[in-house]
Design a binder for this molecule. Structure first.
Ligand SMILES: [Mn+2]
Length: 330
């Protein structure tokens, strides 16, 4: 087990004001880690700015304090100014690449010291101080240990947020990244009052009708390749329009082709805005999809990775990705 860099703990202990940021289109781990750590730091009497590029998606608006997240850069500037020199720190959570900090990347990186806490394989180092552990299930798991090292109290609110982070990034403790340590931390969070059935209900039984209609269309696109080893689905900008669903509504769809018995890699091609196609890969077993993603300029974990194409057709993207996967599976 790697140790948390001491300098990070010192910086956090010294700061009176902390800015927390994460990646664009934040998932459960990104939001749970950010909101959980925010609560933990506030419990220590610090002022915290929860920065997000966009308001929290309806999929995660059950997270406590998600309404405290701010999208306004002017408010962030005022926060930084109010801190005074030497009192501030910023922390990026669950972000494997500074480009994924979004449009405000340059301004955010300018708030120093800039601490980076992440667990992505193929993480591209950025910021002033990095705590990277790619064998961790989730950033939520790391935030929990950071709180322990800082001697901070974890409120029930923070425990709930961290449990959401850990349980979503492990697919409810089913993925390969689920370690004994992951389960021990989850057990601690449950002991402190988190109810697993409440989290499961909020995370999984929260569909809008648009999401279900979109799922109907997306599942109808299922194609099988490589003698059953690859299952591919896709979504087009037109499907979003027709169902009124939003980009966040496709979260988890890739798990359906992945659930096929014969499938070793599930592929999800997403055209959220016309002209841009993002690709999500989910693997079972020993196929390393992070390496495949890296060959297209993307990144991720061994079992879950992604990348994007600009100005290519769905057909061309499909051909290129399948060729790369057939090689990887051979
Ligand atoms: Mn994560």
């Amino acid at each position: 087990m790697k140790k948390i860099p001491e300098r990070i703990v010192e910086i956090l202990n010294a700061a009176t004001h902390v800015v927390l940021v994460t990646h664009i289109h934040p998932d459960g781990d990104a939001l749970g880690s950010l909101l959980g750590l925010a609560d933990i730091l506030e419990g220590q009497g610090k002022k915290v700015f929860r920065y997000l590029e966009e308001p929290v998606s309806h999929l995660y608006d059950f997270l406590p304090d998600c309404d405290l997240a701010e999208t306004d850069m002017a408010a962030l500037e005022r926060f930084v100014a109010s801190a005074g020199k030497g009192n501030i720190a910023s922390i990026s959570l669950d972000c494997g690449d500074c480009d994924r900090l979004g449009d405000a990347k340059r301004d955010l990186l300018g708030i120093s010291p800039f601490v980076v806490i992440d667990h992505h394989h193929g993480h591209r180092a950025f910021g002033d101080l990095l705590w990277l552990e790619s064998d961790r299930s989730s950033t939520g798991e790391m935030v929990y240990e950071l709180a322990q090292v800082m001697g901070a109290q974890i409120s029930i609110k923070a425990a709930f947020a961290l449990y959401v982070a850990i349980s979503t990034d492990t697919g409810s403790f089913r993925y390969e990244n689920t370690s004994a340590r992951t389960l021990r931390i989850a057990a601690d969070l449950v002991a402190s009052g988190v109810r697993p059935e409440e989290v499961a209900d909020k995370v999984y039984d929260n569909y809008t009708i648009g999401r279900l209609r979109l799922m109907e269309m997306v599942l109808a696109t299922l194609q099988i390749f490589a003698a059953g080893q690859v299952g591919l689905i896709q979504v087009s900008a037109e499907m979003f329009e027709r169902t009124g669903a939003t980009a966040g509504d496709v979260e988890g769809f890739v798990n359906y082709p992945r659930a096929l018995r014969s499938v070793r890699v599930a592929v999800f091609l997403k055209e959220v805005t016309k002209g841009t196609i993002s690709v999500s890969l989910r693997a079972k077993g020993d196929c390393d999809v992070a390496a495949v993603a890296a060959s297209f300029g993307g990144g991720g974990h061994r079992n879950a990775a992604g990348f994007r194409f600009v100005d290519k057709t769905m057909e061309d993207v499909q051909k290129e990705v399948l060729a790369a996967l057939e090689k990887a599976l051979a």
